[in-house]
Write a protein that binds this ligand. Sequence first.
Ligand code: F6R
Length: 266
Amino acid sequence: MEVIICPDAERVGEIAAAKVAQIANRVGPRVVLGVATGSSPLALYARLADRVRAGTLDLSEASAFALDEYVGLPVTHPESYHDTIRRTVTEPLGLEPSRVHVPNGQATGVDLELAGPRYEEAIKAAGGVDVQILGIGGNGHVGFNEPTSSLSSRTRLKTLAAQTRQDNARFFNDNIDEVPTQCLTQGLGTILDARNAVLVANGEGKAAAIAAMVEGPVTSMCPASVLQLHPHATIVVDEAAASRLTMSDYFKLAYASLPPWQRLDV
Ligand code: F6R
């Protein structure tokens, strides 16, 4: 696990975007992105959009797969992940909308059961995800894989934890009753299959989850800790989110010692 500690949230966005762009440029224009919603990756997307505008990153033939979607919200609802991804990823990065996929949270009955396996098939048909962008919940979730999720889970229906609904109430007029109770989410096994993972986190509120993910045991009680098993996981955090890491001096030394060809172009 590579951990990059940045002075502030703005720098987290710049460094994480540089990492994603480095991978995307190595893969080429048909890169397959895995994209998260939430507030953490917004600066990353904005800095990627700068690179697209500047002509240093070509995503014209890229595909994207969202991590998750609420069940039961109309796709036109501004907090549905369909609409959030359109606003924050598809349009700013100039992606072709037909190549941007979000799990079908509108499905019901058998179709809802099948939505996960169908999503897995679509990822496979695209050749797999080259770089998965992630945030982390205060309870250590990635995607909506809440604590006790199977470490080998695939895309499926999940019930949101009470803390997640409380945390996300800020997007729903501060009213927890408006936050859906269920979601479709890529599994931890699905996320592990991505060829690279880049996780971003900012602020004191994420410090305990970051410490558990990086320095704690691999356990379903901290679903993000499964990234310790990933061969190419990069964690980009600000000082506040890094504040409970005991190895932060080592991470800073390791980043300062990167060979020139691995340095990030920012
Ligand atoms: C979003 C997602 C979640 C968020 C996490 C952090 O698609 O899958 O895991 O990344 O809840 O959310 P923020 O960034 O809003 O703190």
